[in-house]
Design a protein around this ligand. Structure first.
Ligand code: FPP
Length: 260
């Protein structure tokens, strides 16, 4: 049975003032290391401070009525970092799941992790599964943590599954189209990100959600991730609300189809 992605042209999300709000925000949380170095602290102190910014961001998204938040916590390439930093990041991940899952659950947050989790220690994999299971029925906010994730990996694993469907004669090669392909990608059950934010001053996608960001509005801020707060998110939301999303149409077509 093929799963097809939800319709992308759902009614836009709006805040209390009527401004357009993203339904789905995706964030590259960059700058932890520099934040720590500026304070003469080890890089790991920046990651610890970064967890606090994750907490604040989730709370703020809940209060604003954002439906989905996807955070890039660890890329497929981050294994190249010094072993001590990688192991601290893994410990932080486990500790955060242990400390925060109950609270996420109470607040109606559905947590999931995307990426190749088979590379993680058994303890972390078990902790991820337990958190996902506990929160699986929640509907208020879809919180996705991308861990050992890479956009190219995501596309390749989807291609492998489509090839499997062809091998099993569920599909012929000529029937492969965008909808049949993307239903195998991570996040296929969510609307694509409306707004992408990268902190830390770099202006790159860095192998994050390559397919899913095709029409996403991009926002870059020099603020380092541990300093990310409501004010910075508000600035990003304001910028987003002022953009015209055309999805290939003309500006006039978009204006004609926009209510009031
Ligand atoms: C990038 O900053 C940040 C990371 C590679 C890790 C992000 C992890 C966290 C915020 C904490 C754990 C998250 C969860 C969801 C529990 P960087 O180290 O590349 O900073 P730099 O560019 O200044 O060196």
């Amino acid at each position: 049975m093929l799963r097809l992605r939800k319709a992308k042209s759902a009614v836009p999300n709006r805040d209390a003032a009527g401004d357009r709000l993203p339904r789905h925000i995706a964030i590259i949380m960059d700058g932890n290391g520099r934040w720590a170095q500026q304070r003469m602290l080890p890089r790991t102190a920046g990651h610890r401070a970064g967890v606090g910014a994750v907490r604040k961001t989730v709370e703020y998204c809940l209060s604003k009525g954002i439906q989905a938040l996807t955070l890039f916590a660890f890329s497929s390439e981050n294994w190249r970092r010094p072993a001590q930093e990688v192991s601290l990041l893994m410990e932080l991940f486990i500790a955060s799941l242990e400390q925060e899952t109950e609270k996420l659950h109470e607040n109606g947050v559905k947590l999931r992790v995307i990426g190749e989790r088979g590379a993680f220690a058994d303890k972390l994999q078990a902790r991820i599964s337990a958190s996902e299971e506990l929160t699986s029925q929640n509907r208020r906010l879809d919180l996705t943590i991308a861990a050992n994730y890479g956009g190219r990996w995501d596309i390749v694993q989807a291609a492998r599954r489509v090839a499997q469907d062809v091998e099993n004669r569920l599909l012929s090669a000529s029937e492969i189209d965008t909808a049949r392909f993307e239903c195998h990608l991570a996040l296929s059950d969510l609307p694509e990100p409306d707004l992408f934010i990268r902190t830390g001053g770099e202006r790159r996608i860095s192998n994050f959600l390559l397919w899913q960001l095709a029409y996403t509005e991009l926002y870059f801020t020099p603020v380092l991730w541990p300093d990310f707060d409501e004010t910075v998110l508000d600035a990003a939301l304001e910028d987003y609300a002022g953009r015209q999303r055309r999805f290939g149409c003309t500006g006039e077509q978009v204006e004609d189809s926009t209510p009031g």
